[in-house]
Every structure is written in C-alpha cells, then in structure tokens.
Design a protein. Structure first.
Length: 66
C-alpha cells in the first residue's frame, strides 16, 4: 500500500540556487519537489543530460548564451 504524503518541508534558496536546482531536476527527469526529496533522503540520482566533466555553472553559462 502506498504511503500518503502529508508533511510539508519548506526552505529558502537564492534565485541562482533555485535555477541550479531546476536544471538538476530537469536533468534527472524529475520536478523540483521530487528531486529535492530524493536528495534529502540520500537517494542516488544520476544526471542524464549534462556532459561528464561539466560543472553546473558551466552548464548554466552554456544555456544562458544560447
């Protein structure tokens, strides 16, 4: 039986941090909430879109120049 989600966790981040979280969630084919939940619980998430050896900052720079 699936457990019902009833608790809410709220935290604040900067706009830059949120953008990074959005990108990482998208790379993992997840929404931001699902991605953050997996991160908080220590579930391994493997990025699928970012090139190996590219930092998130480099990835964001590439996206903003297009």
């Amino acid at each position: 039986m699936k457990e019902i989600k009833t608790e809410i966790v709220t935290y604040r981040v900067t706009k830059t941090q949120f953008k990074k979280i959005q990108v990482l969630a998208k790379q993992a084919n997840m929404d931001v909430n699902e991605w953050a939940r997996h991160q908080a619980l220590g579930t391994k998430i493997t990025p699928t879109l970012i090139q190996i050896g590219t930092s998130i900052e480099e990835f964001l720079d590439q996206k903003s120049t297009r």
